[in-house]
Ligand binder design. Structure first.
Ligand SMILES: Nc1nc2c(ncn2[C@@H]2O[C@H](COP(=O)(O)OP(=O)(O)OP(=O)(O)O)[C@@H](O)[C@H]2O)c(=O)[nH]1
Ligand SMILES: [Mg+2]
Length: 248
């Protein structure tokens, strides 16, 4: 079972209009500082925040109670003029947890009215999370004959392919910057990642490495996933044949 909290800026569209049309730089600065604070507050509670479309955040919030969410909301409400709505859900797979959180918001299932928190918390089941950290092998060598913008086109095309493949496995993919992607993974996603890597190798001539981490909290799972990825690099750099996938 996994718990997911989705944070979205409340009534952001109408609020942006109040800034007039010379607003884009202000919105970009606001979104960046909001992300920084949200990541800080949740990582202090052993979670990791995934940035989604800049005005929305996904947090694998395993272990966090309603009171933890209220505490974070209070801090954010003091710091920012715009406020966030939180929808919490849980499920056997990451995608199901996302549906449950969405359901809670849509049907107005209030967990805390004053601080805009909706959805469902399961405090009985044992929570676990698997993270897959995917990274392009040796992107540096591609940069020798491909311009920065063309590299970005490749990276975003790949992002779209990872999203489409793993949503079918009830998993959620996020772009982390550079050539890094993280999949909040179901067990079927973990079982099929080698197949995905082979497919991308054959169709797009891109080699991927995948480190997998399993833990109770998302920050620990991410730490282990990145450690697994670095282990693949260590094996490769020692001259031995490297695995494409490594799991801790
Ligand atoms: N989000 C995130 N970005 C990273 C991380 N490590 C590197 N990056 C980014 O990814 C870019 C590419 O770095 P690497 O993947 O190390 O370079 P590479 O040539 O592909 O080398 P290998 O992955 O070791 O084959 C860097 O410029 C950073 O922007 C990480 O752990 N997390
Ligand atoms: Mg790389």
């Amino acid at each position: 079972m996994i718990q997911l909290s989705i944070l979205k800026i409340t009534e952001y569209g109408p609020w942006t209009l109040t800034l007039g049309s010379d607003r884009e730089h202000e919105l970009q600065m606001l979104q960046a500082s909001l992300y920084k604070q949200v990541q800080k507050l949740f990582s202090e509670k052993n979670c990791l925040v995934f940035l989604n479309r800049s005005d929305e955040f996904f947090v694998v919030s395993n272990g966090l109670t309603l009171d933890d969410h209220i505490e974070i909301q209070k801090t954010l409400e003091e710091l920012f003029e715009v406020h966030l709505t939180i929808s919490i859900g849980f499920g056997e797979s990451p995608f199901e947890a996302n549906l449950k959180a969405y359901d809670g918001r849509k049907n107005n299932i209030i967990l805390n009215k004053e601080h805009n928190i909706f959805g469902f918390i399961d405090d009985k089941s044992e929570l676990n999370v698997s993270i897959m950290h995917l990274d392009v092998d040796d992107l540096k060598s591609k940069r020798k004959d491909t311009s920065p913008y063309e590299i970005s086109a490749i990276i975003f095309d790949l992002y779209s392919k990872i999203v489409k493949y793993f949503i079918q496995k009830n998993s959620l993919t996020f772009f982390m910057g550079g050539d890094n992607y993280m999949v909040v993974a179901s067990s079927e996603a973990k079982n099929s990642v080698q197949n995905f890597i082979d497919m991308i190798k054959n169709n797009d001539d891109i080699s991927l490495n995948c480190g997998i981490g399993n833990a109770q909290t998302s920050r620990d799972a991410v730490k282990l996933a990145t450690k697994s990825l670095d282990t693949i690099r260590d094996i490769r750099d020692s001259g031995k044949p490297k695995p494409d996938v490594y799991e801790l």
